[in-house]
Ligand binder design. Structure first.
Ligand SMILES: Cc1cc2nc3c(=O)[nH]c(=O)nc-3n(C[C@H](O)[C@H](O)[C@H](O)COP(=O)(O)OP(=O)(O)OC[C@H]3O[C@@H](n4cnc5c(N)ncnc54)[C@H](O)[C@@H]3O)c2cc1C
Length: 410
């Protein structure tokens, strides 16, 4: 027999928090329980590599909602508690505190775990991964003002390199790609961001890979690369991607899709009625893209938390928001991106890359698949419109580059 019966059980962090918020905003009654294994209340994870890492934002400020909000809204949060088993037919959840709860509706938003490097020396101290506020604290403490080697050329390594540089660290980055951030945004955009990093003193080594760590007294002292670089390091931060945490869903027999996420329909419901997936783990039927999609964007997780709340209340319209991503290299450069596009045929640049005010439209034929904006947020809404409608711009794609074109007319 379950110890308790609840109407809504939400597993995770901020996606769960936002789901609870929308359940209440839309008048849901009945008990809401959030189960999360971290010690903190749901918080804004992107801060971990940005303001929070730089010490410009407090832990309190990073919270999704202050502690009193949960009381006011009658939302119970179990912290440092994991959901360890799920019976999707009996609709029960086993918790690491020994309790078993039954539910009417369940959200699984278990996020992702960092991908770990397994090379000689991986066990040394001073090698960090970043996912949580606690990881961010540990990195600040060990790496501020020191020689830091970052592994990875995507947004985690570049954002951390920028933040630590602001804290007086000497940062060197090693990455597989020729230019930072080029995997997602292409080499042209990547070059712009890499230039900003280099201008501020970050050294970047592209087309190279981590070979091993060396250390003394159990602590890392050096990073050795495949190309033979030997980089002195007081600390190392590894940012080489994440793996969706589908362990609970998988054990419960829910289907895992090609991208490693939990398969769900266009309104984020899994084949088990009343059980939803959202955020980094959700591999959903995207009505915008006409295929299954899974993205690891904060905005998507957050919005999907809302969509699930509405779905739980009977409004199960398809989730049709075009995925939006943002990233900041301290205050040196910020980007916004909508899409996503894994491949594209050509890029059209609008504005001036040299002046740091530009957009890049990623095209296949005459269709815009994705867009990046730096200092030109106003272009993003048009890209969203074209992506969501699958618009064909015909001959007019060339006009995207012309600043005198009013994009609203395209
Ligand atoms: C350092 C950093 C910077 C980022 N910056 C950006 C950015 O600038 N822009 C952007 O768009 N995205 C960014 N992201 C990505 C973004 O934060 C994620 O896409 C988003 O947090 C995913 O939300 P989620 O709710 O799916 O998962 P998470 O935020 O990972 O939350 C999942 C929670 O569930 C908990 N959990 C897992 N399993 C269980 C279980 N069995 N029982 C109980 N609890 C469990 C986890 O501990 C975690 O607290 C960043 C991520 C990181 C780590």
């Amino acid at each position: 027999m379950p110890d308790r019966h609840l109407k809504y059980v939400l597993i995770g962090g901020q996606t769960a928090g936002n789901c609870a918020r929308w359940l209440r905003e839309r008048g849901a009654d009945g008990e809401i329980l959030i189960v999360g294994r971290e010690p903190d209340l749901p918080y804004y994870r992107p801060d971990c590599s940005k303001d929070y890492l730089r010490g410009e934002k407090s832990r309190q400020e990073a919270l999704f909602r202050p502690p009193e909000w949960y009381e006011e809204q009658s939302v119970e949060v179990l912290r440092k508690v994991s959901a360890v088993s799920l019976d999707a037919t009996a609709r029960t959840l086993g918790l690491s505190n020994g309790q078993e709860v039954s539910f009417e509706k369940l959200l699984i938003a278990t996020g992702a775990n960092v991908r770990r490097m397994n090379v000689p020396g991986s066990e040394l101290e001073g090698i960090f991964y970043l996912r949580t506020l606690a990881n961010s604290d540990a990195i600040r403490e060990a790496a501020a003002g020191k020689r830091v080697v970052l592994i990875g050329g995507s947004y985690i390594a570049t954002e951390v390199a920028a933040s630590l540089t602001e804290l007086g660290s000497q940062c060197t980055l090693v990455m597989l790609e020729p230019v930072a951030l080029s995997r997602t945004f292409g080499e042209r955009a990547g070059r712009f961001f890499q230039d900003r990093l280099e201008e501020h003193g970050v050294t970047l080594h592209g087309e190279d890979a981590l070979e091993r760590f060396e250390g003394a007294g159990g602590r890392v002292t050096k990073v050795v690369t495949r190309n033979g670089l030997e980089l002195e390091a007081d600390a190392v931060v590894v940012g080489v991607g994440v793996v969706p945490d589908v362990s609970l869903a998988q054990k419960a027999g829910l289907q895992i899709g090609e991208s490693g996420g939990v398969v769900c329909d266009a309104s984020l419901q899994t084949p088990a009625p009343g059980i939803y997936a959202a955020g980094d783990i959700a591999e959903y039927d995207s009505v915008v893209h006409g295929r299954r999609l899974r993205v690891e964007h904060w905005d998507v997780s957050f919005n999907q938390g809302k969509a699930v709340a509405l779905g739980m209340l009977g409004d199960d319209r398809p989730y049709d928001v075009v995925p939006y991503f943002f990233s900041d290299l301290s205050d040196w450069a910020s980007l916004e991106y909508v899409g996503p596009a894994a491949r594209w045929e050509r890029e059209v640049v609008r504005g001036s890359i040299e002046d740091g005010r530009f957009s890049i439209f990623y095209l296949e034929g005459d269709r815009v698949l994705a867009a990046l904006a730096v200092g030109r947020s106003e272009d993003i809404e048009h890209a969203v419109r074209w992506i969501s409608s699958g618009a064909r711009l015909g001959e007019r794609t060339e006009e995207l580059a012309d600043l005198s074109t009013d994009l609203a007319e395209l």
